[in-house]
Structures are given as structure tokens and as C-alpha cells.
Ligand binder design. Sequence first.
Ligand code: CA
Length: 447
Amino acid sequence: MTRLSRRNFLTYAGGAFATSFLLKGCLGNPPGFAQVKEPVAPPDFEAAKTLETNTVVLGYLPILEAAPLIVASEKGFFAKYGMLEAKVAKQANWGSARDNVEIGSAGGGIDGGQWQMPMPYLIHQGLITKGKKPIPMALLLQLNTQANGIAIAGHLRNENLGLDLSNNKGLFSQLKSSQKTFKAAYTFPKANQEFWLRYWLAAGGIDPETEVELLTVPAAQTVANMKTGTMDAFSTGDPWPYRIVQDQVGYLSMLTAQMWPFHPEEYLALRADWIAQNPKATQAVLMAIMDAQRWCDDFANREELAIMLSSRNYFGTRPEVLRGPLAGTYDMGNGQVLDDPKYAPYYWQDPRGSVSYPYQSHDLWFLTESVRWGFLPPETLDRATEIIAEVNREDLWRQAAQTMGVPASEIPTSTSRGVETFFDGVTFDPKDPKAYLRSLEIKTVKI
Ligand code: CA
């Protein structure tokens, strides 16, 4: 037995989910019950010899966005392209992921991995690193769309907050005047979770700067605080929103899939020095994750995916809390059940086209939204094309897609996905981000 196949064998035989499916096997699975199956492709030892390295360490957080990284490892896609020792490493939180990429794998950290936006840009520019040291980053691929939501604490059940808050403005001012200002949390500031929360509030006419209190709080603490009624809302990735409903801690006001259908969510980015030193291995990593994304997108694989991700090796949760979101079925916890694949996460293609391809127009939205709230200076928009060209390596994605033989119909012809439309009718035209900012009533930036 080679070292690799032995390692894979140990993963399967010794892993927590292996035990659980053996147990289920003993009890007799109903026909059609999916299990985590063998890797789909054998390791390519010849390809491995042609690469600069066979190892890379990619960080992930235990939310559905991480699925392509875990699948690439678990189903043998990394090994299929010669990355025999690729590792995925669970990060305690986003701050740890940032600190670990600053260290790099040589120092016991990570080479890159899963990120909220615009974290790779902020790390690249040295805006959130220790000592403000720039760590050049390369954005390679989008991991997924959707799979996020905003949960509301049970003590506000009677308010039945939904997607459109325009009829709830009174509640927010009433809470504020009675010293109980609405408190909403996310696990890392100035990135996706905070953007979704701010967009939702502002679209309903509630100024996130003055009418509410926004806080960075660890996920477990947020849920504990929601139980005791000291936290009112949590903006986060699945399975957290769904878990909050299942555990009867609260209900869902909305899914981000309702606010901005098929919106960009999280990304794969690596240190630029790793990419420069390992151009062939970079292509292998890209091809492996793209294969994994195609596997994840097949709804026939989603039961297996739920079991794989829920195992103690990865999320350490119950598969039940992943099945619903992966199928687009959400009990909102307020009597409403959304049940439509259009609410599910997508990993390879969605009705708007490529998910995996990192559209530069989406990076521009994240930078524009950062300007909207004063997180980045307005001049950022005058230099946005240059900044995006430095970080966004869509050229490397295209190269991998061509090598793999991805059909032309699945390769975008433009770096822009075009005009984006939000639930409130607001549009973002990547050709004129300032017009978007001007159209918004609630914002920090003066434009
Ligand atoms: Ca997310």
C-alpha cells in the first residue's frame, strides 16, 4: 500500500463519519440512502512529479462556503491532479485565518483558502494585518453563491421581521429610545456578513450607523446571547441560520438569496508569493477545486455532501441542519417555509452563469460597498481597476478551465457579470459604481 492510499484508507476507516455510516449500515439504510463514497478518481503520481510542490495548506471555516475545498480533499480531486499532500485546515475564526495566512504554511500557518470579501484585498493592502504589513494576495476562484441569512432572536418573534423592514422602522427607534438599541452581530467586520446586514437595514430605511448597534462577536457567543435576549440578530453563513431555527433560538428574517439572487459570496485566495513560486501546482489546485465545485453542484450528490461536511472531521454538526439549506429548503421559523432550489447554494454554475469564475465586477461591488460605509476612502473607486487587476487572477482561472476542457459555454466571455439588481429595485452597474452610490439614500460616503 502506498503512503497516499494508506493515508486515504485511514481517513475513511478512522474518520468519525466512517464510524457513523458503518453504524447506519448495521441498522440497515433505507434504499437510496447516500453514504460518503470512495474518492472519484485515483491519485496521479506521474502528474505529481511535474509539479513544483505536492502540498498546499488551505484554511476553511465550517460553513457551506467551504464545501468545494473539503470535497476536493475528501473525493480525491487534489490527488487526481498530483497535489497528493494538499491539506484543508479548519480555522477557529476569520481573524485566525488572516493571522495564519500572514505566517504562511512554512511557519505552521496556511497558504490561503476561503475568504469573505474583501478580506483578500484588505490583507493585500496591509489594512487588517499585524503592523499593517501588506501580504500580496491572489484571488483565484469564487467558492459559492448564496447560503447566508440573518437570524432574529426569539424575543422579537412577535415583530416578525422580514426581508422588507420599511414597516418596522418604529420598532428600531422605539428600542433605541428605551435604551435597548437593536444589536446585530457578525463574526468579522467590514466583510460579507456586515455588508448583508447593512444592506438589509438601509433598504428598509434604517440607518445602520445611528439606529442600531453592530458588533463583531464569535458565533457561539452570538447564539448564547440570542438565547438570553441580549443580542437581537446574527448575520451568518449556513448552517448557523438554520441551526438557530432548529434549536428554537430564533427565526430567519431573510436569506441573502432573497435580497440579491445568486449574489457573490466567498472566494479562494492564496498568497501571491505561493502562486509565483508554484505556477503548476496553482493550476492543479484550481482544477481540483473546479472539479469539486462541479461535484457539489450535482443535487444527486448533496445528501452525501451533507453527511461528509457534518462529520466531526469537518463541521461537527448534525446532517439534518445541512440537508435543508443544501436543497434550498428553509423553515424560516416564523411559520413560513421556503422550498425552492433557487435558494440553495451554487458552486459551479447558477442561473446567472459561472459561479466559480471570479468576476471582477463583483470585486468592484465589494470595494464600492466598502466605500459606501466609509471602510475604504472614496479614492478607492478611482483606482479600482488597478487594485482589482493586482489581486483578481481570473486569467489563472481561465487557464485552468481551458486545460480541463471546460465547455466554452461555461467560461464567461467578460470579466463583468453585468448589471446586478437587488430586491428593493436598486441596481449596481459595474460601469458606473458612483451612480450606484448616488442612488442610495442611506450611506456614510459623501458623493
Ligand atoms: Ca458567508
